[in-house]
Design a protein around this ligand. Sequence first.
Ligand code: SF4
Ligand code: SF4
Length: 300
Amino acid sequence: MKGTVFNIQRFCLHDGPGIRTAVFFKGCPLHCAWCHNPESQLSRAEIFYKPDSCLKCGACVQACPKGLHAVSGPVHTYDRTLCEACGACASVCPAGALELCGRRMEADEVLLSVLRDKDFYSSSGGGLTLTGGEPMAQPGFALELAQKAHEAGIHVCVETCGYCAAKDLAGIVPYTDLFLYDFKLADGEAHKRWTGADNRLIMQNLSLLSRAGADIVLRCPIIPGVNDTRGHMEDIARTAHLNPGIRQIDLEPYHPLGIEKCLRLGREAGYDKTDFLSPAQLEPHARWLKDRTGLPINVA
Ligand code: SF4
Ligand code: SF4
């Protein structure tokens, strides 16, 4: 089966235990305002454009079959409204100013790339992580990849926002060693405001995984002015208490790298704070959560 992937990153250290290969699925049903991978949100391919890298060489002008690029003196323009993301311009750009984001791949092709580092997985306790975007937004592709990796003896993590069909999530449980499950806000209205969707389905699916005996790391992005409060820590602790499959809680400090990526995609960021939140700033929350839940708390 084919799916749309926008990156396959080797030697990842923050997407589950050990050394891992992270496969980034394109497309997500949520649109979190602070998303640090905005290129993951649309399910179709698109072009990243970095104006600062452009040499005004005009190669893209010649390559585009739709005439969407123009260079006039020191100015390069690109009309993305009619772009079909064929990638012809990106393939000739000598400066890396244009980059095709998203391509269709067979699960077997992805797996071949994952298997290259099998020795590293064995020695480090690592493996494959399906992430994105939302892997469960391409359920057949995710299932085939997880199943084949599992059969090849590779540890499989699925990172999910949980906004997906319950039957798809249940179907991938037997081939998944660890779920990295996002938890953003407990209040449904606030969740809808900041991510574009209510959180009922997400909480139901979390409960489904826990009852199915899955191992879960609860991943909590901490966003200033949105959920960096003691009240939210209480919601996290309550969620962990209600779902005994949760083995660890990760607090992920906000970083603003998505803002620049939005500009490269021709979009406006939904959350524009440019200050990084440091891990040290989350330590008081981490200590409180550890005392309250008894679970390992990871800040990274
Ligand atoms: S991706 Fe294809 S259609 Fe879009 S600007 Fe480049 S060459 Fe033109
Ligand atoms: S091919 Fe690349 S470097 Fe040359 S004009 Fe187009 S975007 Fe700029």
